[in-house]
Design a binder for this molecule. Structure first.
Ligand SMILES: CC(C)(COP(=O)(O)OP(=O)(O)OC[C@H]1O[C@@H](n2cnc3c(N)ncnc32)[C@H](O)[C@@H]1OP(=O)(O)O)[C@@H](O)C(=O)NCCC(=O)NCCS
Length: 200
Protein backbone atom coordinates (compact mmCIF):
# COMPACT_ATOMS: atom_id res chain seq x y z
CA UNK A 1 0.00 0.00 0.00
CA UNK A 2 1.50 3.31 -1.02
CA UNK A 3 0.44 6.52 0.67
CA UNK A 4 1.36 10.07 -0.18
CA UNK A 5 0.43 13.70 0.39
CA UNK A 6 0.46 15.96 -2.65
CA UNK A 7 -1.07 19.08 -4.09
CA UNK A 8 -4.70 18.55 -5.18
CA UNK A 9 -5.48 18.78 -8.87
CA UNK A 10 -8.39 18.45 -11.25
CA UNK A 11 -8.20 14.66 -11.14
CA UNK A 12 -9.06 14.73 -7.40
CA UNK A 13 -12.20 16.83 -7.84
CA UNK A 14 -14.64 13.88 -8.02
CA UNK A 15 -13.24 12.21 -4.89
CA UNK A 16 -13.20 15.49 -2.98
CA UNK A 17 -16.77 16.27 -4.05
CA UNK A 18 -17.87 12.84 -2.74
CA UNK A 19 -16.12 13.30 0.62
CA UNK A 20 -17.58 16.79 1.03
CA UNK A 21 -21.16 16.23 -0.18
CA UNK A 22 -22.68 14.72 3.02
CA UNK A 23 -21.57 17.77 5.03
CA UNK A 24 -23.51 20.01 2.66
CA UNK A 25 -26.63 17.92 2.28
CA UNK A 26 -27.14 16.18 5.60
CA UNK A 27 -25.30 17.99 8.39
CA UNK A 28 -24.58 21.43 9.78
CA UNK A 29 -20.78 20.94 9.46
CA UNK A 30 -20.69 22.99 6.24
CA UNK A 31 -22.97 25.97 5.77
CA UNK A 32 -23.26 25.13 2.07
CA UNK A 33 -26.62 23.50 1.43
CA UNK A 34 -26.09 22.28 -2.15
CA UNK A 35 -23.16 19.91 -2.60
CA UNK A 36 -20.80 21.36 -5.23
CA UNK A 37 -20.25 19.34 -8.40
CA UNK A 38 -16.86 17.90 -9.30
CA UNK A 39 -16.55 20.68 -11.89
CA UNK A 40 -17.12 23.31 -9.20
CA UNK A 41 -14.59 21.64 -6.90
CA UNK A 42 -12.06 21.61 -9.75
CA UNK A 43 -12.68 25.34 -10.21
CA UNK A 44 -12.15 25.92 -6.45
CA UNK A 45 -8.92 23.91 -6.44
CA UNK A 46 -7.58 25.94 -9.34
CA UNK A 47 -8.55 29.22 -7.67
CA UNK A 48 -7.17 28.30 -4.20
CA UNK A 49 -3.88 26.91 -5.51
CA UNK A 50 -3.09 30.13 -7.32
CA UNK A 51 -1.93 31.27 -3.86
CA UNK A 52 -2.55 28.74 -1.11
CA UNK A 53 -1.98 25.01 -0.57
CA UNK A 54 -4.77 22.46 -1.12
CA UNK A 55 -3.39 19.03 -0.18
CA UNK A 56 -4.78 15.51 -0.54
CA UNK A 57 -3.67 12.37 1.26
CA UNK A 58 -3.92 9.43 -1.10
CA UNK A 59 -3.61 5.80 -0.07
CA UNK A 60 -3.68 2.99 -2.63
CA UNK A 61 -4.93 5.47 -5.24
CA UNK A 62 -7.87 6.53 -3.05
CA UNK A 63 -8.18 10.07 -1.73
CA UNK A 64 -8.51 9.59 2.05
CA UNK A 65 -8.89 13.27 2.89
CA UNK A 66 -7.95 16.81 2.01
CA UNK A 67 -7.02 20.07 3.68
CA UNK A 68 -6.63 23.54 2.28
CA UNK A 69 -5.95 27.12 3.22
CA UNK A 70 -7.54 30.26 1.84
CA UNK A 71 -7.98 33.94 2.38
CA UNK A 72 -9.07 34.97 5.89
CA UNK A 73 -10.26 38.52 5.08
CA UNK A 74 -9.69 40.79 2.11
CA UNK A 75 -8.11 43.86 3.73
CA UNK A 76 -4.35 44.20 3.48
CA UNK A 77 -3.37 43.78 7.13
CA UNK A 78 -5.00 40.33 7.14
CA UNK A 79 -2.56 39.24 4.45
CA UNK A 80 -0.52 36.97 6.75
CA UNK A 81 -3.59 35.07 8.01
CA UNK A 82 -5.42 32.16 6.40
CA UNK A 83 -8.55 30.14 7.03
CA UNK A 84 -8.09 26.38 6.96
CA UNK A 85 -10.38 23.37 6.54
CA UNK A 86 -9.93 19.60 6.62
CA UNK A 87 -12.18 16.72 5.60
CA UNK A 88 -11.45 13.00 5.89
CA UNK A 89 -13.49 10.21 4.30
CA UNK A 90 -15.54 8.09 6.72
CA UNK A 91 -13.50 5.03 5.82
CA UNK A 92 -10.22 6.62 6.90
CA UNK A 93 -11.09 8.29 10.20
CA UNK A 94 -8.91 8.12 13.33
CA UNK A 95 -5.87 6.91 11.45
CA UNK A 96 -3.95 10.14 11.48
CA UNK A 97 -5.12 11.50 8.10
CA UNK A 98 -6.36 14.81 9.53
CA UNK A 99 -3.22 15.29 11.62
CA UNK A 100 -0.99 14.36 8.67
CA UNK A 101 -2.71 16.79 6.32
CA UNK A 102 -2.75 19.69 8.78
CA UNK A 103 0.90 19.10 9.76
CA UNK A 104 1.94 19.23 6.11
CA UNK A 105 -0.36 22.20 5.39
CA UNK A 106 1.11 24.20 8.27
CA UNK A 107 4.67 23.40 7.19
CA UNK A 108 3.89 24.65 3.67
CA UNK A 109 2.22 27.80 5.06
CA UNK A 110 5.34 28.45 7.17
CA UNK A 111 7.51 28.27 4.06
CA UNK A 112 5.24 30.72 2.30
CA UNK A 113 5.48 33.15 5.21
CA UNK A 114 2.01 32.98 6.77
CA UNK A 115 1.69 33.55 10.52
CA UNK A 116 -1.89 32.92 11.67
CA UNK A 117 -4.45 30.23 10.85
CA UNK A 118 -8.16 30.43 11.66
CA UNK A 119 -10.88 27.79 11.48
CA UNK A 120 -14.62 28.18 11.96
CA UNK A 121 -16.24 25.05 13.41
CA UNK A 122 -20.02 24.66 13.53
CA UNK A 123 -20.95 23.38 16.97
CA UNK A 124 -21.11 20.66 18.05
CA UNK A 125 -18.24 18.87 16.29
CA UNK A 126 -16.11 17.11 18.92
CA UNK A 127 -13.85 15.38 16.37
CA UNK A 128 -12.98 18.64 14.63
CA UNK A 129 -12.51 20.51 17.92
CA UNK A 130 -10.21 17.74 19.18
CA UNK A 131 -8.17 17.70 15.97
CA UNK A 132 -7.79 21.48 15.93
CA UNK A 133 -6.83 21.58 19.62
CA UNK A 134 -4.34 18.75 19.06
CA UNK A 135 -2.72 20.91 16.37
CA UNK A 136 -2.45 23.94 18.68
CA UNK A 137 -5.60 25.88 17.80
CA UNK A 138 -7.33 27.71 20.64
CA UNK A 139 -10.90 28.94 20.70
CA UNK A 140 -11.09 32.70 20.37
CA UNK A 141 -14.82 33.34 20.20
CA UNK A 142 -18.21 31.99 19.23
CA UNK A 143 -20.67 33.41 16.71
CA UNK A 144 -23.97 32.64 18.43
CA UNK A 145 -26.72 31.02 16.38
CA UNK A 146 -25.20 32.61 13.29
CA UNK A 147 -26.36 30.10 10.68
CA UNK A 148 -29.74 28.49 9.95
CA UNK A 149 -29.66 25.04 8.40
CA UNK A 150 -31.73 21.87 8.56
CA UNK A 151 -34.37 23.57 10.68
CA UNK A 152 -32.09 24.93 13.42
CA UNK A 153 -29.81 27.86 14.29
CA UNK A 154 -26.15 26.94 14.77
CA UNK A 155 -23.19 28.41 16.68
CA UNK A 156 -19.80 28.67 14.94
CA UNK A 157 -16.74 28.59 17.20
CA UNK A 158 -13.67 30.28 15.77
CA UNK A 159 -10.30 28.75 16.48
CA UNK A 160 -6.89 30.32 15.86
CA UNK A 161 -3.32 29.00 15.79
CA UNK A 162 0.12 30.49 15.24
CA UNK A 163 1.66 29.06 12.11
CA UNK A 164 5.04 30.38 13.27
CA UNK A 165 6.33 33.00 15.74
CA UNK A 166 5.59 36.59 14.73
CA UNK A 167 8.21 38.59 12.82
CA UNK A 168 8.49 42.36 13.32
CA UNK A 169 8.47 43.25 9.59
CA UNK A 170 7.05 40.25 7.76
CA UNK A 171 7.61 40.21 4.00
CA UNK A 172 4.56 39.51 1.82
CA UNK A 173 3.80 35.76 1.77
CA UNK A 174 5.37 33.91 -1.15
CA UNK A 175 3.14 32.45 -3.85
CA UNK A 176 2.58 28.71 -3.71
CA UNK A 177 4.54 28.05 -6.88
CA UNK A 178 7.64 29.57 -5.26
CA UNK A 179 7.74 26.70 -2.75
CA UNK A 180 6.24 23.69 -4.60
CA UNK A 181 8.68 20.80 -4.96
CA UNK A 182 11.47 22.64 -3.12
CA UNK A 183 13.49 20.56 -0.65
CA UNK A 184 11.55 22.30 2.17
CA UNK A 185 8.24 21.32 0.47
CA UNK A 186 9.33 17.69 0.33
CA UNK A 187 10.33 17.87 3.98
CA UNK A 188 6.93 19.38 4.86
CA UNK A 189 5.09 16.59 3.07
CA UNK A 190 7.25 13.90 4.69
CA UNK A 191 6.73 15.41 8.13
CA UNK A 192 2.96 15.29 7.65
CA UNK A 193 2.85 11.84 6.12
CA UNK A 194 4.79 10.36 9.04
CA UNK A 195 1.71 10.89 11.24
CA UNK A 196 -0.39 8.73 8.92
CA UNK A 197 2.16 6.03 8.32
CA UNK A 198 2.67 5.61 12.06
CA UNK A 199 -1.05 5.19 12.80
CA UNK A 200 -2.63 3.39 9.84
C1 LIG B 1 -12.38 16.14 12.06
C2 LIG B 1 -11.73 15.14 11.15
C3 LIG B 1 -11.11 15.89 9.97
C4 LIG B 1 -10.62 14.39 11.90
O1 LIG B 1 -9.86 13.63 10.97
P1 LIG B 1 -9.16 12.25 11.37
O2 LIG B 1 -8.27 11.87 10.26
O3 LIG B 1 -10.18 11.27 11.79
O4 LIG B 1 -8.30 12.71 12.64
P2 LIG B 1 -6.90 12.07 13.13
O5 LIG B 1 -6.98 10.58 13.07
O6 LIG B 1 -5.80 12.73 12.39
O7 LIG B 1 -6.90 12.54 14.64
C5 LIG B 1 -5.96 13.46 15.16
C6 LIG B 1 -6.38 13.84 16.55
O8 LIG B 1 -7.64 14.54 16.51
C7 LIG B 1 -8.46 14.14 17.60
N1 LIG B 1 -9.66 13.45 17.10
C8 LIG B 1 -9.94 13.13 15.81
N2 LIG B 1 -11.15 12.55 15.71
C9 LIG B 1 -11.64 12.49 16.96
C10 LIG B 1 -12.87 12.00 17.51
N3 LIG B 1 -13.80 11.44 16.73
N4 LIG B 1 -13.05 12.11 18.85
C11 LIG B 1 -12.11 12.67 19.64
N5 LIG B 1 -10.93 13.14 19.17
C12 LIG B 1 -10.69 13.06 17.85
C13 LIG B 1 -7.58 13.27 18.46
O9 LIG B 1 -6.86 14.09 19.35
C14 LIG B 1 -6.65 12.66 17.44
O10 LIG B 1 -5.43 12.22 17.98
P3 LIG B 1 -5.32 10.69 18.49
O11 LIG B 1 -5.89 9.81 17.39
O12 LIG B 1 -3.84 10.53 18.67
O13 LIG B 1 -6.13 10.63 19.73
C15 LIG B 1 -12.74 14.08 10.64
O14 LIG B 1 -13.44 13.55 11.73
C16 LIG B 1 -13.75 14.63 9.63
O15 LIG B 1 -13.47 14.69 8.43
N6 LIG B 1 -14.94 15.01 10.12
C17 LIG B 1 -16.02 15.48 9.25
C18 LIG B 1 -15.68 16.77 8.55
C19 LIG B 1 -15.34 17.87 9.53
O16 LIG B 1 -15.99 18.03 10.56
N7 LIG B 1 -14.30 18.64 9.16
C20 LIG B 1 -13.91 19.79 9.93
C21 LIG B 1 -14.75 20.95 9.54
S1 LIG B 1 -14.45 22.30 10.66
Amino acid sequence: MSAGIRLAGERDAGAIASIYAPYCEASQVSFETLAPSAEEIARRIESVTERWPWLVLEDSETVAGYAYAGRHRERAAYGWAVDTAVYVSEAHRRRGVGRALYTALFAVLRQQGYFKACAGITMPNPASVALHEALGFKVIGVYRRIGFKLGAWHDVAWYQADVQPEAPNPPAPRPLNAVIDSPAWKEAIARGLAHYVEQR
